[in-house]
Design a protein around this ligand. Structure first.
Ligand SMILES: Cc1cc2nc3c(=O)[nH]c(=O)nc-3n(C[C@H](O)[C@H](O)[C@H](O)COP(=O)(O)O)c2cc1C
Length: 251
């Protein structure tokens, strides 16, 4: 096996920083090759999981008829989501840059964005169908959680849930390295959506739908969107919680 050089390591690191959510339409003329899909699934396979329990299965959907059926599944937005989502929204790029956390309000339907709205009175909303999210998407990987493969002694299988995140990130980074765009779709795990999908995909009752990855080739012109993060100094603490950590930026 060839030696991994420092320069390779830095390239890998910068590839990692380029990972991003691709929420716009994909190029409908380009499908994901079997070879690339295999690489993404290998990345899932080698993800770290608590106690090596590998507590997941995946359903790969690339049949256009099934993709179309998934697009017609209802999705509901809960009252809780609307209230919590509203609290963290930014209404301008400047606000988002200042906060360094959350997402821009323009990603969401206007009815969720009324600052004067009485959100505590809002019932769960029929969001519509999944078709807007599924548009032009040639392939979806649906990740199933298997609670029977529980990490030993982990209350609430907290470690198992973290493991599902590792699986997500491994597949996401692999797809990114191959130039394939990914959007995570949490809505697939929302109870009523999950129940409908369960029927379509034949998911047995002992498994839960955790999330899905919507994959495709991004259309370059639609790509730019502002991404922000907290500074390292705002979440890292040196030796004691609350003690300032100054990131070393020297080469
Ligand atoms: C557990 C989890 C669930 C997520 N669910 C969604 C989702 O349902 N829809 C979506 O567009 N992005 C989803 N995301 C992506 C995040 O919103 C995104 O990573 C974050 O806003 C940072 O943006 P970036 O991925 O472009 O760096 C999810 C990410 C994680 C880790």
């Amino acid at each position: 096996m060839s030696e991994i050089t420092r320069s390779d390591q830095r390239t890998n690191f910068f590839n990692l920083l380029q990972r991003r959510s691709e929420r716009s339409a994909f190029n409908s003329d380009r499908v994901i090759s079997g070879r690339d899909l295999t690489s993404i699934l290998e990345a899932a396979r080698w993800a770290p999981t608590a106690h090596n329990m590998q507590n997941f299965e995946v359903v790969i959907v690339d049949d256009p008829r099934i993709l179309d059926t998934i697009g017609r599944v209802h999705s509901t937005t809960t009252h809780e989501f609307i209230v919590e989502n509203y609290r963290q929204l930014s209404f301008s790029e400047d606000e988002l840059i200042r906060k360094g956390v959350g997402i821009l309000a323009n990603s969401f339907p206007p009815e969720w964005l009324n600052p004067d709205g009485d959100f505590h009175e809002t019932d769960d909303m029929e969001h519509g169908f999944l078709d807007s999210t599924m548009r032009s998407c040639p392939l979806v990987i649906i990740v199933l959680y298997d609670p029977r493969r529980r990490a030993p002694g982990s209350t609430g299988d907290f470690l198992g849930i973290i493991s599902l995140g590792c699986v997500m990130e491994n597949m996401w980074l692999a797809a990114n390295a191959l130039g394939i765009g990914v959007q995570i779709m949490s809505v697939f795990s929302e109870k009523s959506t999950e129940d409908e999908l369960r029927g379509i995909l034949g998911v047995p009752p002992e498994l839960r739908i955790a999330y899905a990855l919507r994959l495709g080739y991004p259309i370059e012109a639609e790509r730019p969107h502002l991404r922000v993060r907290r500074g390292v100094g705002s979440f890292a603490h040196r030796n004691q919680y609350g003690a300032h950590y100054e990131p070393d930026v020297t080469d």
